[in-house]
Each structure stands twice: as C-alpha cells, then as structure tokens.
Design a protein around this ligand. Structure first.
Ligand code: OSB
Ligand code: MG
Length: 369
C-alpha cells in the first residue's frame, strides 16, 4: 500500500444552526482533513471528529493535531502496510486518542480502495445498496420549535427522530412529542446527564414507547448502565462508554445495553468499527452508525460503514444541507425518504470540492512518508 505523503489540513466550518446537547452548545466546528497520497495520483481522505472542547470525550482538535504530528505519522513512516486493517495494530502502542487514529486510518482506507479501484464499502465488506438514516435534534429553545422541526423531518421521510435530553428537558418534552407523533420512531440521547439517583424518573420514559435511550449515565460506565437496564424496559444504547470491540464484549456480557451506537472516531477507526460490528452480529445486538456533526468526508465514511449488515437501525448521517451552507464534497450527501444510495465511484465515492476545501482551510502541513 504505497503512501508518499500525508497532508494535515485544519478547517473551520460554521454550522447552519447551533447544536445543543446536555454538555453544551456548538456552532463553529474545527477539524482536520487528512489526505494520504501515493505517487500515482491517488488521494485518500479522512476527517477528524474531536470537538474544540473535551466535553463529549477527552479528545480535542488540539490533541488530535499533537497525536497525528508527533506520533501517528511517525508510525506510518516506520512501517510497511499491506492492507489498511493493519493500521489498527500499528497504532496500538499509542493509548486511546481514538479520534486522531481514526482520521489517519480513514484516509488510508480511502487511498487503498482507490488504488484497488473498489468502493470503500466493498473494501469493508459492506453489502447494502442503500442505507436508512434518521436525524438527531439538539435541545431547542422551546417545545414548539422542537415539534416544528420534527414535523419537517418526518415529512422529509427521516426514518427516526433522536431527541437530545437533559434534566429539565426530558419526560415532559418527550411526552408532548409522543402525543403529536404517535407512530414515529422516537429515541432520546442524554449524553451522560443522569445518575442512578434518577432511576425513578428514567423509568417514567417506559410509557412513551421509545426505540431506546442513548448513554443516560456516566461516559465511562458500564456497571451502572447494567443496573439501570435491569429495571427499565426502554432499551439502553451505549455511545460514549464504548471505545473498542473489547468494551462492547464486556458491555454485552454485563447486559449494560441492548443496542450500540458505533462511531468510527470514538472507536479508533474503521477496522475497530468492523470488529464491533462482527461481534454484535454474532450476539444479535443491533447497532447503528452515530454522527459527530461531520463534514462531507466524515459523512462519506459513515455511509460506507453502514453498508455492513448488522447496522440494522437508522443512523445519524443526515443530509449535508441540514448542517452546512456548503459542504466540501460533490455531490453533497442528500437524503430522500430517509434513504441514501451508496455511491459507486472508488473509495469514499464522493469527490472533494477543492475550492470549498481551500476556503475553509486555516492551516496546512505536508509530511513526506
Ligand atoms: O452523542 O451522538 C451524540 C453531536 C455532537 C456530540 C455528540 C452527539 C451528537 C449527535 C449528533 O447526536 C449527530 C449528528 O447529527 O452528526
Ligand atoms: Mg450520543
């Protein structure tokens, strides 16, 4: 797998709408686009997903840069790689920093697929021709605004609506949503806003027929989640708590969750995501592909991963235009009736809009390999 250079580009893009979770509000997104190139003109792209502040996990845009520049690129330089699935083991000596690892590994997967003239979905062993997606709605200023947004996206055909919750914006809001949308697939994501002291309150959600509640308890917990799952009917889905296939194995064994949200960045790359997929397939655990408010490159990677069969539930990869005035890929990701067709061009299957990429770039560094 010849690689001649890795380019690190830092971009700043402004979200169309601020996105509010239980841990805070985001409006500008800083991230890296990693470009891995060979001498034959192939270029593979990866996107980093850490936010500017360590509120979701401990990684940030700055830690991503430090890891890539000072450790990960050296590892790529020092090793011959035959297949992108080897990158995961090469990166093992670096503890955690999964989002930094995934950005580099993703660029190499895309480069490899283009060298082989196959799609990234094929390189991963994906089989679906289309994928189903839902949308994640941040905490809104009023319940009325939330209901309006849900109406719009239900009409657009999104397959499920995820609603961010926190103490004070949970049961009453969801009850109102359920009343207005009795037949819509609804789920809630708490981003770790609760503790076991809230069991009685969380148990009330059982009457609302939610698809699942995502990450209700601490970001690093799988024990309390098992206690919670044993006393509520609503399926628990883990997001923040799962960083690897080993974490997934332990959570399944402890019955900490019935569903797992797989994010490529959070688990350290596509090879680890696939390992979690295979494990969950074996154990009959439903999974879906989460989102990190990605630009087009990250979105394209999510789409390719979701072609694997155990992604049985709609993911968070909504259309580009819901997040950005202008995305960095062509065509942009568009969603019709909640469905995205899988592109058939090699690699991620979308081309980079060089002009758009340049216009959002605030830093660029090229590393020869
Ligand atoms: O927990 O899934 C999450 C956004 C930012 C941080 C964490 C999360 C989210 C989302 C939005 O839910 C996913 C998306 O639309 O990309
Ligand atoms: Mg989540």
């Amino acid at each position: 797998l010849p690689i001649s250079s890795i380019t690190l580009r830092r971009l700043n893009m402004k979200l169309k709408n601020p996105f509010t979770t239980s841990f805070g509000t985001m409006q500008t997104k800083g991230f890296f686009i990693i470009e891995a190139a060979d001498d034959d003109g192939h270029k593979g792209f990866g996107e980093s997903v850490a936010f500017s502040s360590p509120w979701y996990t401990e990684e940030t845009v700055e830690t991503t840069k430090h890891m890539i520049k000072d450790f990960l690129i050296n590892i790529i330089r020092a090793n011959k790689i035959q297949h992108p699935s080897e990158v995961r083991d090469l990166f093992k000596p670096v503890k955690r920093n999964n989002m930094a690892k995934a950005a580099v590994e993703g660029a190499i997967w895309d480069l490899y697929s283009k060298q082989q003239d196959i799609t990234l979905a094929q390189a991963l062993g994906g089989t679906k021709q289309t994928i189903e997606v839902g949308i994640s709605l941040g905490i809104q200023p009023t319940v009325d605004e939330l209901l309006k947004k849900i109406s719009r996206h239900v009409e657009e055909g999104y397959k499920r609506i995820k609603i961010k919750i926190k103490p004070g914006w949970d049961y009453d809001v969801l009850k109102e949503v359920r009343k207005n949308f009795p037949d819509t697939q609804i789920m809630a994501d708490a981003n770790s806003a609760y503790t076991l002291d809230d069991i009685d309150h969380l148990r009330k959600l059982d009457e609302l027929n939610l698809m699942m509640i995502e990450q209700p308890l601490a970001h690093d917990d799988i024990i309390d989640h098992a206690k919670l799952q044993s006393v509520i009917e609503t399926p628990v889905c883990l997001d923040e708590s799962i960083h690897s296939a080993d974490d997934a194995r332990k959570a399944i064994e402890l019955k900490s969750c019935q569903i797992i949200n797989v994010k490529i960045g959070r688990v350290g790359g596509l090879a680890e995501a696939k390992a979690i997929h295979d494990l969950c397939h074996e154990h009959g655990i439903n999974i879906w592909c989460g989102g990190m408010l990605e630009a087009g490159v990250g979105r394209a990677h999510n789409i390719a991963l979701t072609t694997l069969p155990q992604f049985t539930m709609p993911g968070d990869t909504a259309g580009s235009s819901l997040y950005w005035e202008k995305d960095i890929i062509r065509p942009e990701v568009t969603v019709q009736d909640g469905i995205i067709p899988i592109p058939d061009k090699p690699g991620i299957g979308y081309t980079i809009d060089k002009e758009a990429l340049e216009s959002f770039t605030v830093e660029k560094e090229i590393f020869p390999i």
